[in-house]
Design a protein around this ligand. Structure first.
Ligand SMILES: [Zn+2]
Length: 293
């Protein structure tokens, strides 16, 4: 990395923010920057940052240079700046949202450890509950599938393009690959060019790649933060973070802002029992709708 790292002190001063506080935590100090729209907390050596206590993954661990914390310029431009400018998103009338229930047909997705039911069934149910709620809030909502059918990933993004979507929202549930017994919600948007992804799932992650969806890096992050925040309010305490990834083809291939939600772990018995409850799935839908008000 040759790009010049940015002193958070200097950046804060240049942008008129006075509230950079040092929090003397072990094993390394954390720094909390108060902006008009929220508090950004970072720690030397850690890619986990917080926006108003919400877990946001940075592209690069901040460095201590002299006695100041420095951030990579991509984290300044692609993470801190869009958040500091506020989480407002466009609110023109009759915006179009394409809701994408993950999987379908011969592609079942993951399976509930509790009752064997399939991810494809739960994502479709979530999407069906969400659609009328968004319509009530002034969105025009379309689903990439309305039944248990195969839809290819390119067809899903092409569908959004054909409907002139303002937002593409892909709904999934998660399963652990065997490392522990995780639970909680993750929200993904496309990794900005130049950054390594927070999650690769074994796919190659070429940081030089520029995708059309990278045009929407700032809006992607704002939508992701709004959605993750709203989902945590109903999911409980397990914040698995706003993350960046390149492998989801529905994010890369989207020609409008796009976010993918992993709404909980079907491999975790406690969470799988919640997801099996229609009342909980209604809450998930209501949380998404609230985030898009
Ligand atoms: Zn899935």
């Amino acid at each position: 990395m040759n790009a010049a790292w940015v002193s958070l002190h200097s950046w804060a001063a240049q942008n008129g923010y006075r509230g950079l506080r040092v929090l003397p935590l072990s094993p390394s100090a954390a720094y909390a920057l108060t902006t008009l729209n929220g508090v950004f907390t970072v720690r030397v050596g850690s890619q986990t940052a917080y926006w108003d206590q919400l877990d946001i993954r940075l592209g690069f661990p901040p460095q201590l240079i002299g006695d100041q914390i420095y951030l990579h310029p991509l984290d300044i431009n692609k993470t801190l700046k869009p958040l500091a400018r506020g989480l407002t998103v466009p609110t023109t009338a009759q915006r179009v949202v394409v809701i994408d229930p993950g999987h379908g047909g011969s592609n079942p997705g993951t399976r509930s450890i509790v009752d064997g039911r399939l991810e494809k069934e739960f994502t479709l149910d979530w999407a069906r509950r969400l659609s009328p709620l968004l319509e009530q809030k002034g969105w025009q909502a379309f689903l990439t599938r309305t039944g248990d059918v195969d839809v290819s990933l390119p067809d899903r993004t092409a569908f959004a393009e054909a409907h002139h979507a303002d937002l593409f929202l892909s709904l999934h549930f998660n399963a652990s690959g065997g490392n522990g017994d995780p639970a909680g919600v993750e929200t993904y948007c496309l990794t900005p060019t130049g950054m390594a992804s927070s999650v690769t799932r074994g796919y190659s992650d070429d940081t030089d790649q520029v995708f059309p969806n990278n045009t929407f890096d700032a809006e992607n992050l704002r939508y992701a933060v709004r959605l993750q925040r709203a989902l945590l309010e109903i999911n409980g305490a397990t914040d698995r973070g706003v993350r960046r990834a390149r492998y989801p083809a529905v994010l890369r291939g989207s020609s409008q802002p796009a976010v993918l939600i992993e709404g909980g772990y079907l491999s975790n018995p406690r969470e799988a029992r919640k997801i099996a409850d229609p009342a909980y799935r209604q809450k998930l839908a209501e949380a998404v709708a609230r985030a898009l008000e």
